[in-house]
Design a protein around this ligand. Sequence first.
Ligand code: IPD
Ligand code: CA
Length: 267
Amino acid sequence: MTLATELEALAVDIAQEAGRLARVRRDAGVAIAATKSALADIVTEADREVEALIRARLAAERPGDGFLGEESGAERGASGITWVVDPIDGTVNYAYGIPHYAVSIAAVTGEPTPEQWEVQAGAVYAPVAGEMFRAARGEGAWLGEARLAVSAEVGPAGALLATGFGYDPATRPGDLELIAHVMPLVARDLRRSGSAALDHAYVAAGRLDGYFERGLAPWDLAAGSLLVTEAGGRYGRNQPDGSWRSPLIVAAGPALFDRLAEAAGLV
Ligand code: IPD
Ligand code: CA
């Protein structure tokens, strides 16, 4: 076992336990605990509890590692490895009872920011579908025993794409402008699934031809970006403008990437 596959196995194990807890809490009923950056940006008690479980298990099994989580913040480690965690990606789906949500856990080396880190391993687990997407650097991306591959070509009807929107209402006009620009060039149709982690995983699995979104946080994309590249896809991010959010990310197979990147304005 390499270090990356060891980290992957741990991510998978913890994501499974965390996903089980999220599902149990969802079945028992979910209440919104607080709003965060904007009124639409919500957190449930389950998000916090699931993150606490993940954090406690990582601290017990790899006490020297750092941590960066959506709900409980950052802590530096001594080992050079940081775990980047979204306990429930797709929180709004989760709160509304839509089963499309996932636990996302990644291990990165280097500074724990997307422009400086190297993702070593990641797991994205959708507990209701029972789907565990996983990757270790250099070892491919997998769904169960099936090796994942991005879509190899785009048919004449154009690409099936996904995107998402940030919670800040001020960013919405820009998001819509981007869609207006991309649609006629490359899109057969467009999905807005509500989980960035699963959008990445679906690109890796060839269920989507491509995905683009502005304003993602590090934990939305850490595990997913490795899934895409390990499945043979390409991943691009515009340089940050001083914010810790990514101004724009584009993920797609090699057959589509350049066209989508150009249409979306990736520089
Ligand atoms: C959100 C989801 C959504 C994306 C947003 C994210 P959360 O994460 O991934 O699909 O469009 O940008 O913030 O709040 O559900 O963890
Ligand atoms: Ca998220």
